[in-house]
Design a protein. Structure first.
Length: 475
């Protein structure tokens, strides 16, 4: 069939509160033009993140009813542990309440000042947790990522030559381990090929450097491998995922993504001594090793979600939804990173607002305007998130790219919602030349995008208060 439909039916709905443009103008100002500070009830379409925002299935809700809340040795843990071990192939499974907890625990046991940790691209909390320990997080994305319009199938790959040069220049002794993010969220949600993973592992092994995978979107990456990489089409998603992790020493996962759950995560590895060390820290801050800061209900939901995410029907629908949104945006004059990812569509804000320099935060401008025009909440992934601020000199560096991520919550929105997003973005495209930049008013020393405040550089252009033609539902 040409038409790919949602492989599910709705059994529960949540009403959407509609706001006017003038109301949203005030909401933005009150929030310091930071969309993380906007109340969820004041958002019409929430594409801020795909993390923990999924609609859980009837099977997940049913499984939660058998959640064992025993403090130690709960039955829910063993079901969760066995499912993780079966899919990922690691014997040591340590639950945590979310991905950044896994990062803090793992890096706390593994990273010291002066260390270097390479990756295809570290995402925000990964980088922050590495740098908080006095180490350096080094991004080595493949050269193809520099061409946002190219259709290279695996723009999430790591640059193997750059890796070899880094090891030669800095010495393997400074690299306690290497990371790989699948899919490459900060690089436009692009997948990593199986051949690139295997070559990455081969180079690391020659220097006795372990490899750990940020596995938040492992199933989506496996689906792209199946559909795009030679020789993989006849393999199942499960078998491809297992092969991916066979090249790694372990993984860290936020189960709020491809775990299809609202909370949770884990560390999985084979090194029993390292696992014991992590568990010692886990008990101090997260909880006993058989619950790790989660309820038994959460563990049950994740165990079911990890199985459901491997469904090819679900993954095919998810890819089709992202492509539909991508096609609608580009046809309306909104440039996006190509090819479209699966968990999100990324607007190329630098190409969209060419008249606004990176130092004036074009990504933040686009994100705020999407909210102003249609109540759509998106996430800036550019200079606000990844730029560097020197507190001593006040100097600012810009990011590699200026992107706005429209993250797609799993099993939440339908085609008409995407049509609305496309219409709002089209309105924004018609008036983009009127927009001007923004500036940072306040920023914390780390992860500034969560709590920073901003202001338009003018009162008549950036977040323009003059009314435009309203989108059909934004009234």
């Amino acid at each position: 069939m040409k038409t790919i439909i949602e492989p599910f039916r709705s059994k529960m709905v949540e009403p959407i509160k509609f706001t006017t443009r003038s109301q949203r103008m005030q909401i933005l100002a009150d929030a310091g033009y930071n969309l993380f500070q906007v109340k969820a009830e004041d958002v019409i379409i929430d594409l801020l993140t795909d993390s923990g925002t999924a609609a859980m299935s009837s099977e997940q809700w049913a499984a939660m009813m058998r959640g064992d809340e025993s403090y130690a040795g709960c039955a829910s843990y063993y079901r969760f542990r066995d499912k993780v071990a079966d899919i990922f192939g690691f014997s040591q499974v340590i639950p945590v309440h979310q991905g950044r907890a896994a990062e803090r625990l793992f890096f706390g046991c593994f990273v010291k000042p002066g260390d270097i940790v390479p990756s295809n691209t570290h995402f925000d909390t990964t980088r922050a947790n590495i740098e908080a320990r006095g180490a350096q997080a080094v991004d080595l994305p493949c050269v193809e990522v520099q061409s946002p319009d190219s259709d290279h199938p695996f723009k999430g790959n790591i640059d193997i030559q750059a890796l070899q040069e880094l090891i030669k220049a800095e010495g393997a002794h400074r690299i306690p381990f290497a990371m790989l993010t699948i899919t490459n969220n900060a690089g436009g949600g692009q997948p990593v090929s199986l051949s690139n993973i295997a070559e990455y592992r081969r180079v690391l092994r020659t220097h006795n450097i372990p490899l750990y995978v940020d596995a938040a979107r492992f199933a989506e990456n496996a689906y792209f491998i199946q559909r795009r990489e030679a020789g993989q089409m006849t393999k199942s998603i499960r078998s491809i995922a297992r092969e991916v992790f066979s090249h790694a020493d372990g993984c860290l996962m936020s189960a709020k993504k491809d775990g299809m759950a609202n909370m949770g995560g884990f560390i999985a590895l084979n090194d029993e001594q390292l696992a014991a060390k992590i568990k010692e820290s886990l008990i101090l801050t997260e909880g006993f090793p058989t619950y790790g800061g989660l309820s038994g209900r959460d563990l049950e939901a994740i165990a079911v979600g990890l199985e459901e995410v491997l469904s090819e029907d679900y993954l095919q629908y998810r890819e089709a939804a992202a492509r539909y949104l991508y096609n609608g945006l580009t046809e309306n004059g909104v440039p996006c990173i190509s090819p479209p990812a699966m968990h999100a569509v990324y607007i190329n804000a630098q190409a969209f607002l060419r008249h606004i320099p990176q130092s004036q935060l074009p990504g933040q401008v686009v994100a705020c305007q999407l909210y102003l025009e249609g109540g759509i909440r998106a996430c800036e992934i550019g200079t606000v998130m990844f730029g560097q601020h020197d507190p001593d000199t006040g100097a600012e560096s810009v990011a590699r790219q200026e992107l706005v991520r429209l993250a797609i919550p799993r099993r939440v929105y339908t085609q008409s919602h995407f049509d609305y997003v496309i219409e709002v973005a089209g309105i924004l495209a018609q008036g983009k030349e009127e927009l001007s930049g923004m500036r940072i008013v306040y920023q914390p020393p780390a992860l500034r995008h969560f709590t920073a405040t901003f202001a338009p550089l003018t009162t008549t252009k950036g977040c323009n208060p003059a009314p435009r033609r309203p989108a059909s539902a934004a009234v």
